[in-house]
Design a protein around this ligand. Structure first.
Ligand code: FES
Length: 200
């Protein structure tokens, strides 16, 4: 099927504009597959990040049809099902834009420096009190380990950061990614710094 991709193009500190590319695609093609084809077949100057192509690394986060998502996860068929054909355009249309709340370096590539700095600020690793160095392996019960499941699966892709209205209003807010990581440390039975983390 023929699909029209409207992609926000921008250079650092320049005004963004939408550029249109038409592509013949299968409905099971991911948005990342489509971006790769646009780059390889139509316009080598288009910039976006990718790595694992399998929803693991978090590199390909961007805004797809108005909400932040992973380009290697979403596919053309399900996007068209959800967002349909507006009727204003001749072809089914996808709009692709960079994440919000982070400065654009080029096109769909954003500068993640502040995102990582805020994560670093909450010391995102298990901390032990100086006098609690264990002489043997620190064992956790299955129940204690289970508490880590939800927050350990976050891949730090920046999607929640992009969608966070509190950050848009107050850029100094530490961000949902850092709060989620703090929560992961607080529920970890190995970490001994719960009070400090909550106070910080
Ligand atoms: S390329 Fe790794 S999450 Fe999409």
């Amino acid at each position: 099927m023929k699909v029209q991709f409207k992609i926000m193009r921008q250079k650092s500190n320049k005004t963004p504009h939408l550029q249109t590319y038409n592509l013949d695609v299968e409905s099971n093609a991911t948005i990342l597959d489509c971006l790769n084809r646009i780059k390889w077949e139509k316009d080598g100057t288009l910039a976006f990040r990718k790595n694992c192509r399998n929803t693991i690394c978090g590199s390909c986060s961007m805004r797809i049809n108005g909400r932040s998502a992973l380009a290697c996860k979403e596919n053309v068929g399900s996007e068209l099902e959800k967002f349909g054909h507006s009727g204003k355009e001749k072809l089914p249309t996808m709009t692709i834009a960079p994440l919000k709340n982070l400065p654009v370096v080029k096109d769909l590539v954003v500068d993640m420096a502040l995102f990582w700095k805020k994560l670093e600020a909450i010391e995102p690793y298990v901390r032990l009190k100086a006098n609690s160095i264990f002489e043997r392996e620190f064992l956790q019960t299955p129940k204690e380990r289970l508490r880590l499941n939800q927050t350990s699966s976050y891949i730090m892709c920046g999607v929640c950061y992009s969608e966070c209205n509190a950050l848009t209003v107050n850029p100094d807010f530490v961000g949902p990614h850092a709060l989620a990581k703090t929560q992961r440390m607080i529920v970890d039975s190995q970490d001994t710094e719960t009070e400090t983390r909550l106070e910080t």
